[in-house]
Design a protein around this ligand. Structure first.
Ligand code: GDP
Length: 477
């Protein structure tokens, strides 16, 4: 926790070890430099190579961003639909798609891909990207201009004529002397097929490199598979000598909550979390159908927290009274669409004394009941809650949830993961410790591009492994 009485300017690490560039207007985005007040300094230092590349990316973005001379020139080519000569600015358009946790992970993956391929990342604002986040790059917007000639992104799918996988399937690109179109669409959504997945092959990257505009739609954290593309390997290991910190650094670099969201975060933190001796986050995401709360999920959360000694047992036999005075306090921040779990845990520590005398308080910021991806206040709260979870000292997350992944990697926390329950019973063990703080790539390719056969991509290099919460997923460790 930071010392919130000190002015921001006195904070030693407000630039997060050089990750952030100075010189932004602090008032327009308070979270950018104030986050250091709420977080302990990360033990993971960004590499100097990453810092150099971020600064050179910022220069590229400024030179090529919206309405610059280069931008206008290439957009003109896009409008004319003519074949293209190489240009000095190439672009990657990220399409807003899926839940907020998913969007945050895909945007970080897209930025990493842009860094690796010297492209300028432009962000389709969707319903609320501009409302939720500050601009991350100095002096030039990352938002795709509203008058950009392509915009019906909802209709972009696998069958789209400029979809890369589709073009490969139809052998359009094999014909000698075919000129490349000025833009291509990359379909990296979980339902993608073997042709779309060729994106993860060196040969295909060599071709894509020649296309000035790439439009990308994805709902997956695909960074782990970039580490298996030979031509990116060396640069990636220079950028991230510690491979399990990719989202940790890129997330802290890119995602600064806008002032309204920062208000939600800081007011909540100061009111309920700041004064506790320790903070425990519990992220509850139930993928079962039907309205929660579910008894087996509540039982599982408690079984996990007690077994791992994240929360104390209670004494249900004797009404012990502890002496007043200096007792350790622990604040539990529980997030869930349903209110039932935190109500129950709060009651338990009210009705019975904790055996170690700890003072346990339980807070839940919202209970939105169901996912409402298109609503502004709903998504502001969702972001605030992910961020608040990232400010805790220890974290329990739910299997398969990108909401939890964002919290854990922003916070630099290796979580305890609640085992995915089957048949509405408490799994044994109720939870287990993850291998790293990195998010899991849920739909990775299993293809050996050279041998042109299937392969286990989780067994090729030691730093890309199968996830603990999803056996076929891949994650960086
Ligand atoms: P995932 O589905 O768990 O991978 O996470 P996503 O963030 O992609 O999608 C889930 C969406 O449901 C969130 O973006 C929120 O809109 C909503 N949601 C799920 N859990 C919570 C929660 O604990 N609090 C709030 N406020 N919203 C939640």
């Amino acid at each position: 926790e930071g010392d919130s009485t000190k002015p921001v300017t006195e904070q030693k690490d407000k630039l997060l070890g050089g990750l952030l560039s100075a010189g932004f207007d602090e008032e327009s985005c308070r979270s950018r430099y104030e986050s250091a007040l709420y977080r302990t300094t990360s033990p993971h230092k960004p590499s100097t190579h990453l810092l150099d590349r971020l600064r050179s990316y910022e220069a590229l973005h400024k030179r090529c961003g919206p309405y610059t001379e280069s931008y206008n020139k290439t957009v003109e080519k896009l409008r004319s639909g003519h074949a293209i000569e190489p240009t000095d600015c190439n672009y990657l358009v990220w399409v807003a798609f899926s839940g907020l946790g998913n969007r945050i992970l895909t945007l970080a993956s897209a930025f990493l891909y842009a860094l690796l391929t010297n492209r300028v990342l432009l962000v389709d604002r969707g319903k609320d990207m501009a409302d939720l986040f500050c601009e991350p790059f100095p002096e030039m917007s990352w938002l795709l201009p509203l008058d950009f000639p392509l915009n019906q992104f909802n209709s972009y799918d696998q069958k789209f004529p400029q979809c890369y996988g589709n073009m490969v399937k139809k052998k359009i690109l094999n014909k000698p002397k075919t000129s490349l179109p000025p833009f291509m669409y990359l379909h990296l959504v979980h339902d993608y097929d073997d042709h779309d997945k060729l994106f993860f092959c060196d040969q295909d990257q060599a071709l894509l490199q020649k296309v000035p505009w790439l439009i990308m739609k994805t709902d997956n954290y695909f960074a782990p598979s970039l580490f298996l593309i030979h031509s990116f390997e060396e640069e990636l290991s220079n950028l991230f000598p510690n491979k399990g910190t990719v989202f940790h650094h890129l997330g802290r670099y890119l995602f600064h909550p806008s002032n309204p969201v920062w208000g939600l975060i800081t007011r909540y933190y100061q009111a309920y979390l700041a004064n506790a001796d320790e903070r425990l986050g519990i992220q509850v995401r139930v993928f079962d159908t039907g309205a929660g709360p579910f008894q087996h999920v509540l039982d599982q959360i408690l079984a996990c927290a007690l077994k791992e000694k994240l929360l104390p047992e209670v004494n249900k036999r004797e009404p012990v009274l502890y002496p007043t005075g200096d007792r350790k306090s622990k604040a539990v921040l529980l997030t869930s669409l349903s209110a039932g779990y935190s109500d129950n845990i709060r009651d338990m520590y009210w009705e019975y004394p904790a055996v170690n005398g700890e003072v346990i308080s339980v807070y839940q910021p919202s209970h939105e009941e169901y996912q409402q991806t298109e609503k502004k206040n709903h998504n502001r709260k969702a972001l605030a809650e992910m961020y608040l979870l990232s400010l805790t000292d220890k974290l329990i997350t739910s299997s398969w949830s990108t909401f939890g992944y964002v919290a854990q990697s922003l916070g630099g926390l290796t979580p305890w993961i609640l085992t995915k329950p089957e048949n509405k019973t408490v799994p044994d063990p109720p939870c287990f410790r993850d291998m790293s703080m990195e998010p899991c790539f849920h739909a990775p390719p299993f293809y050996d591009c050279k041998a042109k056969t299937g392969t286990d991509t989780g067994a090729i290099v030691p730093h890309v492994r199968h996830c603990a919460d999803m056996s076929w997923g891949l994650k960086l460790v």
